[in-house]
Design a protein around this ligand. Structure first.
Ligand code: SF4
Length: 217
């Protein structure tokens, strides 16, 4: 079941009353019965070069400090595309014409669903490589990682043919509820830099945390 708390958080309504919570739950149930996220990914070796993190098997350079920070301890990385498909966009447009407030809830549920698809991809990757540790998932646009890498990720995963996902000339993902992401793969526990201490494999032993700090301080 789609995470209603997460959907309310995406909406900026974490303290929602019971009526809004019920409405969101009803929209979420309907969305889940209609749409299932689909994904595709490729795994590559990582070389830490002076010009950036080089994903050698897919010939992709991730420049900048953010990719370096996320992949510093990684020998491999997965590049991922996940989508709800065009039918979600069509359903959302029809809802926007009928009932705008319901459409806002549907839009939010779509975002949560596509992230749940990314979580499923992450689980599949973890199962393929037992004994390794994954970094937090991060996407083009995170920190100083260029947004235009979205198009390269779509191309190297063949996402247009496999999933119907491509990037428009104005750098928008099509279908709208689509995500590109990168996940680092390492042989030692990775700090949860994006999702935070609660998700971190080191949360019980971390000296930084005990000292009241976090990774990014
Ligand atoms: S501060 Fe420690 S527990 Fe929190 S995310 Fe960083 S490594 Fe993990």
């Amino acid at each position: 079941m789609l995470d209603i708390d997460e959907a309310l958080r995406y909406l900026g309504a974490s303290g929602a009353d019971e009526a809004l919570r019920q409405r969101m739950a009803s929209v979420a149930r309907d969305a889940e019965s209609r749409f299932a996220p689909r994904f595709t990914y490729r795994v590559s070796g990582v070389e830490h070069r002076s010009e950036g993190e080089w994903l050698s098997d897919v010939q992709l350079l991730l420049p900048g400090r953010s990719a370096r920070k996320m992949l510093a301890e990684c020998s491999h990385a997965a590049v991922l595309v996940c989508t709800l498909g065009l039918s979600f966009d069509q359903h959302l447009r029809a809802m926007q014409a009928r009932d705008m407030s319901q459409a806002v809830l549907l839009d939010t549920c779509g975002s949560v669903l596509v992230e749940a698809g990314c979580d499923a991809a992450e689980k599949e990757i973890a199962a393929r490589f037992p004994g390794v540790y994954l970094t937090d998932r991060f996407s083009p646009g995170y920190g100083d990682l260029p947004l235009d890498l979205q198009a390269a990720i779509c191309q190297l995963t063949d996402s247009q043919r496999r999933l119907g996902v491509y990037v428009t000339p104005s750098m928008l993902m099509n279908p709208q509820k689509s995500v590109t992401a990168i996940i680092g793969i390492a042989d030692r526990p990775q700090r949860a830099r994006i999702r935070g201490c609660a998700y971190c494999a080191m949360k019980d032993t971390c000296a930084l945390r005990k000292g009241g700090h976090s990774c990014d301080d």
